[in-house]
Write a protein that binds this ligand. Structure first.
Ligand code: SAH
Length: 221
């Protein structure tokens, strides 16, 4: 999947893409599966043409509907946390599909990704993009992801890509034994947190400060 058949891709040389992978390595991303997944997903295809020349900078960038595409380092970091805890057979729930970049990276590494986005039109464009990139192991729906996706649970991994003020307790019902949850927790100040279910216990670790858009109520058609 190099996205060369998609508009705007002429501006992004293989060299530019490789430099981003090197930078992720410098920032501490060690898992070669994650680096390979990031290498294989053409980030420029997830941006408007006017910004696609910046696709391989390690920064978050604006997309439609006042949303953002996540910074590659954060995508890599959250993906690495899931990869450390789970194998490729895992079923993942993602909340906050956005442009689908994180979704596409996860789809390289795990059996199936269920992804929820609250902005209908944004999701429609994302679904078209995933189809164009021939990413088939993703199922999306437009809904308020704060309630998860009961029909497809339990999930081995849950990743929330919008900030939740507190740990959403529905997750416990939809999380497999030994399941893991990665989320930005907090409001004005947020921290990347990992929860792991071990037997009857839920272990929490707080990792590093992050800056995500908030998890909002309801759906925008
Ligand atoms: N994962 C994306 C970034 C997502 S930005 C990437 O790879 O770039 C956060 C997304 O979460 C936005 O698209 C926002 O609309 C969505 N969102 C916010 N609250 C939500 C909710 N309650 N349910 C589902 N999606 C939500």
């Amino acid at each position: 999947m190099n996205g060369s058949h998609i508009k705007g891709s002429g501006m992004t040389s293989q060299r530019t893409r490789e430099r981003m992978i090197e930078r992720l390595g410098d920032k501490g991303i060690r898992d070669l599966r994650v680096l390979q997944a990031i290498r294989s997903v053409p980030r420029h295809c997830f941006l408007d043409e006017a910004l696609s020349h910046r696709a391989y900078e390690d920064v978050s960038l604006p997309i439609a509907f006042n949303q953002t595409i996540s910074q590659p380092y954060i995508v890599a970091r959250m993906t690495e946390l899931l990869c450390t805890a789970l194998d490729g057979n895992a079923k993942i729930l993602e909340i906050g599909t956005g442009c689908g970049y994180q979704t596409a990276v996860l789809a390289q590494l795990f059996r199936h990704i269920y992804s929820i986005e609250r902005i209908g039109e944004l999701l429609q464009r994302t679904q078209e993009r995933l189809n164009t990139l021939k990413i088939m192991n993703v199922t999306t729906k437009c809904a308020d992801g704060r309630y998860g996706w009961v029909q497809h649970g339990p999930f081995d991994g849950v990743i929330i890509t919008a900030a939740a003020p507190i740990f959403p307790d529905w997750l416990l019902k939809q999380l497999a034994p030994e399941g893991v949850v990665i989320l930005p927790e907090g409001e004005k100040t947020q921290n990347l947190c990992v929860y792991k279910r071990k037997g009857g216990e839920l272990l929490r670790a707080e990792l590093e400060p992050v800056n995500f858009v908030p998890l909002l109520e309801g759906v925008q058609r």
